[in-house]
Every structure is written in structure tokens, then in C-alpha cells.
Design a protein around this ligand. Structure first.
Ligand code: SAM
Length: 204
């Protein structure tokens, strides 16, 4: 992600789409984020109805679909949606792919999901949108639903990605969520070592 431009405004939809048009997905790990695989293997979340916002090409969407979740991948960049649709088709999987702004999910999504999984999305949105993020995830999760997230502590100014600290998470989520886990994960890929905060947040 280009951290030299738009430092104050963040990215608009077209800025993200430009990355897809230019095949410049610097954030894409090319695999499921290993901390999520560990969580699954350690039974930290259970099969159910899941949503992954800002999913990009959606390695995690494929992973949950392969493991029997009823999963929805959501992104507002057409390039992301088309990459994910191709992957789902190629693997003959069942998953819903929404071309949709996360903040404009309509009321039919209210209290629908057992799990929201995300990485590199909270840090992708401008910090001024964080209250709207919390409002949306609180609205769409069921009671006791789980937000499993990899938050990105870049330690840098500007963005995207915008620096995300433990106190940012506590400040924004504590009213609506029990913070079950919020810690640096040892399972990050090399380039994100010591920068990823694994958050397991349970909706009150
Ligand atoms: C940094 S990328 C991360 C993609 C993916 N999570 C990953 O880690 O590979 C951020 C993604 O969020 C999407 N995005 C940003 N704002 C969004 C919004 N308001 N609604 C839906 N998608 C959004 C962008 O289009 C982009 O694909």
C-alpha cells in the first residue's frame, strides 16, 4: 500500500480498484493468514455463518468454505470480487460473494453472523470510520458472535495501512465486546512479525 499519498484522507474505492487494475496487491499474503489456521486447528471458532469484509481476493473465504462454513466474502472493489468469484468457481465451492460497501450493509444482515473474520481491513479504512466499523460489526453479529481479527500495528503515521494499537481496539470495542484475546501473535508471516495483533472479541 502506498503510504506516501492520501495520508489525511485515506483511500476511496477507486484507489483500491487501481491496485487491482495494476495487479499490485502488496497486502495479499498469497495464502490464508497462518494465525487463522491456528485458531481453526485449536477450535477457537466453530462452523457457522461467517462474513469476511474487505476480503480482497479472499484466501480466508475459500478456507472457510472448504471447512464447511456458510461464508460471505464482501469487498467494494470489483477487482477483488472478480478474483474471489473465479477462485470459488475454480474450486467448485459454495460461498456468497458480495460486491458491497461494508458500511452500507442493509438491515437484512442484522444479527445474522456467528463469526466475522478479517485482516488488513480495519487498518485499510480511515480512522475516522472506526466508529462506523464498530457499529456495523455490532449490528451484523449475533449475540455472543465472534470477531476474529488481525489488527495491524504499523507504528507509522498515515496510511493505509493505518496504525492500530491495543488501546485503539480497547477504546473502540470495549462497550460492545468482551475482549477475550488481544495480543501479538507468534504465528504471523515473516514480514508482519511483531506487527499483528490477534483479536478475539465476543459481542456482548
Ligand atoms: C488492504 S486490502 C486487504 C484485502 C484482504 N483482507 C487481504 O488481507 O488480502 C483492503 C480491502 O478492503 C476493501 N475495502 C476498503 N474499504 C471498503 C469498504 N468500505 N467496503 C468494502 N470493502 C472495502 C478494498 O477494496 C480492499 O480490497
Amino acid at each position: 500500500m502506498d503510504t506516501t499519498s492520501d495520508k489525511n484522507e485515506g483511500y476511496a474505492r477507486n484507489d483500491w480498484q487501481n491496485h487491482y487494475d495494476n495487479d499490485d496487491l502488496q497486502w495479499d499474503l498469497g495464502q490464508v493468514a497462518p494465525p487463522f489456521i491456528r485458531l481453526w486447528e485449536e477450535n477457537k471458532f466453530f462452523r457457522g455463518k461467517a462474513i469476511i469484509p474487505g476480503c480482497g481476493q479472499g484466501h480466508e473465504v475459500v478456507f472457510l468454505a472448504e471447512n464447511g462454513f456458510q461464508v460471505t466474502g464482501l469487498d467494494y472493489a470489483p477487482g477483488a470480487v472478480s478474483l474471489l468469484q473465479s477462485a470459488i468457481k475454480e474450486k467448485s465451492l459454495q460461498a456468497q460473494v458480495l460486491h458491497q460497501d461494508f458500511f452500507q450493509l442493509d438491515d437484512t444482515h442484522n444479527a445474522q453472523y456467528d463469526l466475522m473474520l478479517e485482516q488488513a481491513f480495519f487498518c485499510a479504512i480511515h480512522p475516522s470510520r472506526r466508529p462506523a466499523y464498530v457499529e456495523t460489526v455490532t449490528r451484523i453479529l449475533k449475540k455472543d458472535g465472534l470477531l476474529a481479527a488481525l489488527f495491524y500495528e504499523t507504528g507509522e503515521k498515515g496510511g493505509p495501512p493505518f496504525n492500530t494499537t491495543p488501546s485503539d481496539i480497547l477504546d473502540h470495542f470495549s462497550d460492545d465486546f468482551h475482549i477475550e484475546t488481544l495480543e501479538k501473535t507468534p504465528h504471523s508471516v515473516e514480514k508482519r512479525k511483531d506487527k499483528e495483533l490477534l483479536g478475539l472479541l465476543r459481542k456482548k
